[in-house]
Structures are given as structure tokens and as C-alpha cells.
Design a protein. Structure first.
Length: 457
């Protein structure tokens, strides 16, 4: 009888522990604020000083403090850890600021991030430099990339959109004003198209001209035709569209030069070297060019096609070199991108500041995307598993890199968003001949949304 009572008393705690373990694995977003956060905070408060000492982040106290301790308590003077700020919990982890002691630097704390992760029982620890002498520890309680949930706070600035989630639970923001051109690489089913889909639908809600070159007969970009200002679905159409974009860029430079007619009484704020310095009424709409499967523009079979290829590559390089000031930005996508594509490939890649590398089939492809800007990021890209589509390594020419994952967005929802935002497409007269024809959508109509341009038009 006593044994039965003991088992009954233990059944409740054992069930609670088992339920918590199951929730931690199956529902980490619910487990963290209810169980994980209190436990991690208790560990942090209880072991802060000893953990910092074990990580080598403690320093000798000031001389006046040492003398005061010896004079009042006669106990041993022990090193002191960095001064800790308030603990601020979040839905995915917690944040805490540390004031570094003299002689310490953020790299010292970053080198101990893995030790801090194990000591406080969290998924990851990231260190961010706030200001001289102050760093922020961002503790992430669970793997936020396993099931992506974008932050509630959104970015509403022009040409700044939230595309994916970083591994430190912050949003990855694609800012065309800061990083004008980007290269996106990824093997089949790696999530490259999902990244492009999210990026395009977010830009669709802004007064930005969207231009597409999709040499796969338009199967990737045609569903968004209602919002596109121009679309080329093969190499022949791309060869006609690219010179038009170059001429549009040159016309915008002429507009800037006219505005730069500087007279002695011209105010400084009216002198500009790009379209963003122009008055809003005179400023042309920015253009974002999406190039899907860029290798198709490089592949040739005859000498005549080789001449056309060289022309298109030259025009792309000109847009990449000079387009930023004219408000023209490039988003170049492909499975591989390197010198083997042909003349001009590496020169074009050098102009693409941003890099996004999804899962690739070989290490050479990862080196094409990241090797010239962040060599250590190549190993991170090679470690992406096929079971995690949408996971990618993002970097730029500053050398920084991190892992991101794009949230799932169905093609039907993306196409519906573009149809709803079709009225926001700005009028760019030079691109009118290339605007795709979109059939009106009705309940009874179950055919394709994009049809060939009628012969009468």
C-alpha cells in the first residue's frame, strides 16, 4: 500500500517533467516563455560570477576597492566580472548588456559565447557591440530557424524589406540603399525561389518598378506579371530589354546633370549626384531588376549567339557599376556563378555586394558566392542540409555573415498579393513595350493568368 501511494505521489511530477520535455522538442516557442526562460534566468543569476571567472572574463578590482575590502573584511580580494545590466526577456530568448572592464574588448566575450551557452542552458549566444565599453548578449532559447516566425515589428522604409529570419532571432532586412546589388545562389529545391518570392512580394507593396528576366520561359516570374513593369522570358527578349534599361539609366544621369547646373546662389542641399537628391516631383521611380538563372544569359551555341552574349553581359556590368546612382538595382539568381560561365562573369560578380548562398551541390559553388568576401562562411554554406529548404548563409563585402531562413510563402498567395498591388506599379514609359499582358481573372476562369500579348496590341 505504501508503494502505491509513493508511485501516485511521483506520478504528477514525472508527468510534468515528461510534458515539459515533449513541449521543448515539439513546441519550443511555447516551452521557452513558460519553462525555459525562468530556468535560464535562474542559472544566469546564480552562476554569473563563477561563469565569467571560468571564461576568463573577470579582472582585478580597482585599487581603492581592494584596499577597502582588506581594511573592512580582511577577506581575499577576488576578480570582478563585467558589470551586468537589466535582463530583458523576449519571445525567443533574452538580452543583457555588459559594461566591459578596462582592457577588455567585445572579441573577448564573443570568444566565450559557446561556453556561456552551455553554462546558462540556451540554444545560442550572440554578442553585439553597442558602444565603446558596452556589449549586448543576445541569448536565443531555441532553434528559431527550424520553424520561421518573422518578428512582429516590420520595416516600412522605401527599398527596405524584411525577407528572412536570422539565427539570432532578428529580421534580415534587404536594404537596397545600403547594398544595391545582390547575388543569390542555390541548387534545385534549396529555397532560392522562395527567397525570390518573398523579396518580390514585399517590394510589390512599394512604389518600385519591378523588372524580370526569366529565361525558363517565365515559369518563375510569370505568376507575378500583374505587378511587373517588364518581363523577358528568353534570351532574345532579354537582349532587347537590357539596352532599354541602359538607356533609361543614361537618361536619368542626364536628368541629374541638369539639376547639377550649379550657379553661385544654389543652396547646398540642391546639389546632388544621384536621384535621391532630386525633388520628389522630379525623381524617377527606382527599378529593381530580377535575373533568374543568370547562366542562361551566358550559355551560347554559335558565334552569333556569342556576340549577343557579350553584349548582354556588358550591359549587365554597366548596370551593376553605374545603376545605383540612377536608382536601378540588381538581384541576380542562379545555381552556379563563376569564371566558367564565360567572359565578364567574375567582373559582374565583383559588383554584386550582397551574397546569399543556399544549399549548393559542391564546395566550389559556395566559394563562388562567399569565398571572396568571407572565407569562413563557405563551411557554413556547405553544412546546410537538404531537409532545411530556405536555409542560407548571407554575407556582404564587409566580411560579416550569418545564417538566415526564408518563411514559407505559397505561390498562390504571392501571385494574389502581386495582383492586389498592381496599381502601385509606377509608370516608366521606356518599359511599356515589355510589360506582360495579364488576362483578367474571374471565378469561372481556371486557365493561366499570363497569356501571350495579343497580335492587335
Amino acid at each position: 500500500m505504501t508503494d502505491l501511494v509513493t508511485l501516485a505521489e511521483l506520478g504528477g511530477p514525472l508527468a510534468a517533467i515528461g510534458g515539459a520535455a515533449y513541449a521543448r522538442h515539439a513546441y519550443p516557442a511555447a516551452y521557452w516563455p513558460t519553462v525555459g526562460l525562468p530556468v535560464s534566468v535562474a542559472r544566469l543569476l546564480a552562476s554569473y560570477t563563477s561563469t565569467m571567472d571560468a571564461c576568463g572574463l573577470t579582472v582585478a578590482p580597482p585599487r581603492w576597492r581592494s584596499l577597502a575590502i582588506k581594511a573592512t573584511t580582511r577577506r581575499e580580494v577576488r576578480p570582478v566580472p563585467p558589470r551586468r545590466g537589466l535582463i530583458r526577456p523576449t519571445l525567443t530568448g533574452l538580452r543583457i548588456r555588459l559594461r566591459l572592464a578596462p582592457g577588455q574588448e567585445p572579441a573577448d566575450v564573443a570568444a566565450s559565447a559557446e561556453r556561456l551557452r552551455h553554462a546558462w542552458g540556451v540554444h545560442a549566444v550572440y554578442v553585439r557591440d553597442i558602444k565603446p565599453g558596452v556589449v549586448e548578449l543576445r541569448l536565443v532559447g531555441f532553434d528559431v530557424l527550424r520553424k520561421v516566425r518573422m518578428p512582429r515589428r516590420t520595416v516600412g522604409d522605401l527599398l527596405r524589406v524584411q525577407v528572412a529570419l536570422r539565427e539570432d532571432a532578428t529580421a534580415f532586412v534587404r536594404d537596397y540603399r545600403a547594398v544595391p546589388h545582390e547575388l543569390v545562389l542555390g541548387a534545385t529545391l534549396s529555397g532560392k525561389s522562395m527567397y525570390l518570392r518573398n523579396l518580390l512580394t514585399k517590394l510589390a507593396a512599394q512604389p518600385v518598378a519591378l523588372v524580370g528576366i526569366d529565361c525558363k520561359r517565365g515559369v518563375e516570374l510569370a505568376p507575378f506579371a500583374a505587378r511587373l513593369s517588364a518581363l523577358a522570358t528568353d534570351s532574345d527578349q532579354a537582349a532587347e530589354l537590357l539596352p532599354v534599361l541602359v538607356r533609361e539609366m543614361e537618361d536619368r544621369y542626364d536628368l541629374i546633370k541638369v539639376r547639377q547646373g550649379i550657379t553661385p546662389g544654389t543652396p547646398d542641399e540642391e546639389i546632388t549626384s544621384d536621384i535621391w537628391g532630386l525633388p520628389e516631383k522630379e525623381r524617377p521611380a527606382p527599378i529593381v531588376l530580377f535575373v533568374d538563372e543568370v547562366a542562361e544569359l551566358f550559355l551560347v551555341a554559335t558565334r552569333k549567339e556569342e556576340e549577343r552574349r557579350d553584349e548582354m553581359v556588358t550591359q549587365l556590368i554597366r548596370l551593376a557599376q553605374l545603376g545605383r546612382a540612377a536608382g536601378i538595382y540588381l538581384e541576380v539568381c542562379g545555381q552556379r556563378f563563376g569564371a566558367e560561365l564565360g567572359k565578364g562573369a567574375t567582373m559582374l560578380r565583383a559588383q554584386l555586394t550582397g551574397r546569399v548562398c543556399h544549399r549548393v551541390n559542391d564546395e566550389a559553388s559556395a566559394k563562388m558566392a562567399l569565398g571572396d568576401i568571407a572565407p569562413e562562411a563557405v563551411y557554413g554554406a556547405c553544412a546546410i542540409a537538404a531537409e532545411l529548404p530556405g536555409l542560407a548563409v548571407v554575407g556582404d563585402t564587409s566580411g560579416g555573415w550569418s545564417r538566415i531562413r526564408t518563411p514559407y510563402l505559397s505561390l498562390a498567395d504571392a501571385a494574389a498579393t502581386c495582383r492586389a498591388m498592381a496599381h502601385l506599379a509606377p509608370d516608366v514609359p521606356a518599359l511599356t513595350p515589355f510589360r506582360p499582358y495579364v488576362r483578367p481573372v474571374s471565378v469561372e476562369d481556371s486557365g493561366p493568368l499570363v497569356a501571350p500579348q495579343p497580335a492587335t496590341e
